[in-house]
Design a protein around this ligand. Structure first.
Ligand code: 13P
Ligand code: SF4
Length: 368
């Protein structure tokens, strides 16, 4: 539930690119200069310096998802990472205020894990096609239809959906969570909702039967196997890394599949000469800033929700203390239990990756 301030703020002051701002932000500039033009930097740097000053003044931290643009990700993010990493950091942080540079479900996750912290989202309309694909009432009906089957919910869901859930998962741990839930509940089938493609991709990695929902990520569903085959023909040396929200046919023709953090890790450790990240566009920009030896080929799709978060509205969030994310306390306790169960599972030794040999074997899910 959102608490949206109604007062229209005064016009933002014009910040200048002074020698002091230039000096304060020079380390960030060195990181982002391959992706940001000097002209853009003269506009962004003063705002970055001001946001970083406000953060100290307000004892706030900024949790920035891998899909934020480089000036946010590298410029003002205190903790950056995938959905799982950001949830863990929300809990670890002792800051009084969290600014979630990401979409609304991520801010809700931080709030349910940290009920005593003030969680702000710079644009309350930053949603997610997966989170809006399913309601708590839908989950209650699914539970009635499949009694005894544990409910695993992707974190890309609202708090009220998480509250109906036994345990949450992210793309980084979905296979581990599904197998854990099947064992814990003594069930040979697990309800894994709402991402149809994630569910199909997980089903190919496990013997557990998967009951799935027809939700889709509007960014990843647009990639097709023929896009990937065309790319591989044009760039035969490029490594193709795909997110598990892509259709299974895309994974079948990719070299690697993993969460956004696993893709970052792949580039950082293996240092491929050429790489294609089959995911949201800013991801490649952020990784490229720190991987000068790798050439990034860029057939990406923009997430319109992630792109609602800008330096300007991050600044406004801190200055005007807006937009606070609130969750009904009773719901929050139930949602937090599902997220906490996931967090309490031992982290995998290496970021989870999808075995692409297994991924090439077709396994059906039961689609509701
Ligand atoms: P990750 O958990 O891999 O960061 O993905 C979140 C997301 O929204 C992908 O579309
Ligand atoms: Fe949701 Fe897809 Fe955007 Fe991630 S990329 S926030 S899953 S719409």
């Amino acid at each position: 539930m959102l608490n949206v301030a109604t007062k229209v703020p005064p016009v933002r002051p014009a910040f200048l690119f002074t020698p002091q701002v230039e000096a304060e932000t020079s380390a960030i500039w060195q990181t982002v200069r391959s992706r940001v033009t000097p002209l853009e930097w003269r506009l962004q740097a003063p705002l970055i310096a001001e946001i970083n000053r406000l953060k100290r003044e307000k004892k706030a931290v900024i949790l920035a998802h891998n899909y934020m643009t480089p000036e946010i990700f590298h410029g003002v993010g205190d903790y950056v990472g995938d959905s799982l990493g950001l949830a863990r950091e929300a809990q670890r942080s002792d800051a009084a205020v969290i600014v979630q540079a990401g979409v609304h479900f991520m801010a809700e996750t931080s709030k349910v894990l940290c009920p005593d912290k003030r969680v702000l989202i710079p644009d309350p309309n930053a949603g997610c096609s997966l989170a809006s694909s399913i309601t708590a009432a839908d989950v209650r009906l699914i539970k009635q239809r499949y009694p005894g089957a544990p409910v695993v919910t992707y974190v890309n869901t609202t708090a009220e959906v998480k509250a109906e859930t036994d345990i949450c998962c992210t793309s980084a741990n979905a296979v581990q969570v599904v197998e854990w839930a099947a064992k814990e509940w003594g069930s040979d089938r697990v309800i894994l909702i709402p991402d149809e493609f994630l569910a199909k991709n997980v089903a190919r990695q496990t013997d557990v039967k998967i009951i799935a929902w027809r939700g889709r990520c509007e960014v990843h569903e647009r990639f097709t196997a023929s896009d990937i085959l065309e790319l591989r023909a044009a760039y035969p040396d490029a490594q193709v890394l795909a997110h598990p929200e892509c259709p299974p046919e895309v994974l079948e023709v990719s070299h690697f599949t993993g969460s956004t953090a696993a893709m970052t890790d792949y580039v950082a450790t293996r240092k491929p000469k050429q790489v294609v990240l089959i995911t949201e566009c800013s991801m490649a920009d952020n990784v490229a800033c720190e991987a000068p030896e790798t050439e990034f080929i860029r057939p990406c799709n923009l997430c319109p929700h992630m792109k609602m978060i800008t330096l300007e509205n991050v600044y406004d969030a801190l200055l005007y203390d807006r937009y606070e994310v609130t969750v009904d306390p009773v719901l929050a306790v139930r949602a937090a239990a599902a997220v906490q169960r996931m967090i309490d599972l031992p982290p995998p030794a290496v970021p989870a990756r999808y075995d692409l040999v297994k991924a090439r074997h077709h396994v059906d899910v039961e689609l509701i």
